[in-house]
Design a binder for this molecule. Structure first.
Ligand code: ADP
Ligand code: ZN
Length: 296
């Protein structure tokens, strides 16, 4: 049995599953203090014969195994969580291999293993919600380096009609600052879910998302792109985004995925809202099969 944790700002979803991606049981725990939240998660796993645990969590987090702070939360405004050593808490209760990564990296790995990108060596998963983040798989591995990528904070060209300053506390009008759910809501003064289908908000939103996707396509060349998160509940955004990606690339990258086949290239996650939890399961499987597993 494998334990999976999808750690979010409002809830921690825990699941117990098998190596082939089947989720047998799950529970949702409201996010409170790190101690209380993780105690509850560990209690759920207790006595279930757990042989590995995977954690995909909100960040920023320290994902470099060489860092003394590996497995902890970096500076976050969330009370009590800054510096909290998640892996240490888990290891105290379960002496098993633990996989640890961001929620979006987990979702990307989940989709690559059991979802829309299964069988492909590369893909990109992006969430457009309270924040914007993306995870990429390349040559079968999650892209990591100094730390995890922060693809939501890239620079985009401002839409000519956009007068909103941007909501990112670090960069103002970076991609997330212009296109996250809260950015849409502050710009137009109403809930994103209540904006009419023909509201100019959506043309602007799809313009920003298309710009970002083009940069990811040009730099990473992913074989499949999955778009999730609350804002992508506006499913009419998909065709508009595909049209804009195609138009802006203007035939430069010659591939059917960016022309006739674009409808099956930029898609919603096949695992839907379960991508993150399934990905946490995949992180555990990877950790258990890693040659480093014994040392962690
Ligand atoms: P989180 O990013 O916090 O994990 P979500 O991905 O659900 O959670 O994103 C929540 C944000 O998405 C909300 O703040 C809201 O701005 C936006 N959102 C949620 N539902 C919709 C919807 N139906 N249409 C447009 N925007 C939505
Ligand atoms: Zn930013």
């Amino acid at each position: 049995m494998i334990g999976a944790i999808e750690g979010g700002g409002t809830k921690f979803v825990c699941g117990i599953g098998t190596e082939d991606g089947k989720m047998l049981e799950r529970v949702s725990i409201p996010t409170s203090s790190p101690e209380a939240t993780l105690d509850e998660a560990m209690a759920f796993f207790e006595g279930k014969g757990i042989g590995a645990i995977g954690i995909g969590t909100f960040g920023p987090i320290v994902v470099d195994p060489r860092s003394p702070d590996y497995g902890s939360v970096a500076a976050t405004p969330k009370p009590g969580w800054s510096g909290y050593r998640i892996i240490d808490h888990v290891k105290l209760r379960f002496d098993v291999p633990v996989g640890f990564d961001t929620d979006v990296n987990a979702a990307a790995l989940g989709e690559a293993t059991w979802g829309a990108a299964a069988g492909l060596g590369s893909c990109l998963y992006m969430t457009v919600g309270t924040g914007i983040g993306a995870g990429a798989v390349s040559a079968g591995r999650l892209v990591r380096g100094l730390t995890h990528p922060e693809m939501g904070h890239i620079t985009v060209r401002r839409h000519p009609e956009d007068r909103f300053a941007g909501s990112c506390p670090f960069h103002g009008d970076c991609f997330e600052g212009l296109a996250s759910g809260p950015a849409i809501e502050r710009r137009w003064g109403m809930k994103a879910s209540e904006l009419a289908l023909d509201h100019p908000a959506w043309e602007m939103e799809s313009d920003y998302i298309a710009q970002a996707l083009i940069q990811y396509i040009l730099i990473l060349s992913p074989e499949k792109i999955m778009l999730g998160g609350g804002v992508m509940n506006q499913s009419h955004l998909f065709p508009t985004i595909r049209d804009k990606v195609r138009a802006r690339l203007n035939g430069y990258v010659e591939h059917p995925a960016l022309a006739a086949d674009i409808d099956s290239y930029i898609v919603p996650p096949a695992l839907g809202g379960s991508a993150g939890l399934s990905g946490a399961l995949a992180l555990a499987v990877q950790a258990a099969s890693s040659p480093l597993a014994k040392g962690r």
